[in-house]
Ligand binder design. Structure first.
Ligand SMILES: NC(=O)C1=CN([C@@H]2O[C@H](COP(=O)(O)OP(=O)(O)OC[C@H]3O[C@@H](n4cnc5c(N)ncnc54)[C@H](O)[C@@H]3O)[C@@H](O)[C@H]2O)C=CC1
Ligand SMILES: O=C(O)C1=N[C@H](C(=O)O)C[C@H](O)C1
Length: 266
């Protein structure tokens, strides 16, 4: 396999630093550069806590994507910056692999059109953990039989977006097989606003944020005399890295945008 040259945006973050470790482990991946908010012109290997990888850090994303010879950008930053980086990558011939969540539907549509116009493989995956992808697929299957469903997602308290990208994607998959309808009593009233969670075509989504959590989701279905719970827990961010690696490998073979890792799995 040819070496894939990768730029990582957000290298000092919880996910970005795991991505650097993954690149260091994989012989067919090499780190071309990083995009960070700080440390312009400094080498990654000279930053305390980052792996021994020889690549320069840029604070100017446009300069980085324009000057550095790279195949793929892995973005693990924030919703606003991730969107800007993804557009810059596509406009500079670099294939984006985006883990950053919180993009709007309009942004996703715009990026889909841009990737198609540029014919550049792009992977936007709300969750790179294989178990989470299966949890979403199983939930779609279950929703065919149990149309009353609530999603409970639980994350660490540093998370910027709510609901999580995974919960949004789960709801989208369920919506493909579930007819919109109100859930709960027709006359129910919230005496505390928000008590029933977000409302997506009558399906409820609840977001929990606590220190100590990593990334967890339960999809709870209710039927006559029974309930079904489909649950996934990421207890370490290593859980996401086999999916990131797969996305990088597939991005160089694709010429359109793929939203969701399920499209890349057998
Ligand atoms: N798709 C997936 O499987 C997963 C996605 N995520 C998403 O990945 C993103 C990052 O998550 P974490 O690593 O937990 O967050 P974090 O807060 O630990 O890291 C984000 C990093 O981005 C950097 N950053 C912010 N703006 C930047 C800019 N303009 N240029 C360069 N770097 C910039 C910050 O300095 C920080 O180091 C979030 O959107 C999160 O929801 C997180 C885990 C799994
Ligand atoms: O911010 C996180 O941590 C995570 N974000 C993604 C999401 O929003 O679904 C994926 C995973 O849940 C971890």
């Amino acid at each position: 396999m040819e070496t894939i040259k990768v730029i990582v945006a957000g290298p000092r973050g919880k996910m970005g630093s795991e991505a650097l470790n993954m690149i260091q482990r994989e012989q067919h991946l090499s780190l071309a550069a990083c995009i960070d908010r700080e440390n312009d012109g400094i080498n990654v290997k000279d930053i305390h806590g980052l792996p021994d990888l020889d690549a320069l850090i840029y604070t100017d994303a446009e300069a980085c994507l324009n000057e550095v010879e790279a195949d793929v950008l892995i973005d693990l930053t924030t919703p606003d910056n991730g969107y800007i980086h993804t557009k810059l990558a596509l406009n500079n011939g670099v294939r984006p692999v985006v883990g950053t969540t919180g993009f709007t539907q309009e942004q996703l549509q715009e990026l889909t059109s841009l990737a198609e116009e540029k014919q550049l493989g792009t992977v936007i995956a709300p969750n790179f953990a294989i178990g989470a992808v299966l949890m979403m697929q199983f939930s779609k299957w279950a929703a065919k039989h149990f149309p009353d469903v609530e999603i409970i997602e639980k994350h660490h308290d540093q998370k910027l977006d709510a609901p999580s990208g995974t919960a949004v994607k789960t709801a989208e998959l369920i919506k493909e097989v579930r007819n919109p309808h109100h859930q709960g009593h027709k006359d129910e009233k919230e005496t505390l606003p928000g008590a029933r969670g977000a409302d997506e075509e009558g399906m409820r989504i609840h977001s929990m944020r606590l220190p100590g959590l990593v990334a967890h989701q339960e999809v709870v279905f209710g039927g006559l005399g029974e309930t079904l719970t489909i649950k996934h827990d990421s207890i370490h961010r290593e859980s996401f890295m086999s999916g990131v690696k797969l996305a990088v490998e597939k991005a160089v073979e694709l010429d359109t945008l793929v939203y969701g890792l399920e499209h890349l799995l057998d």
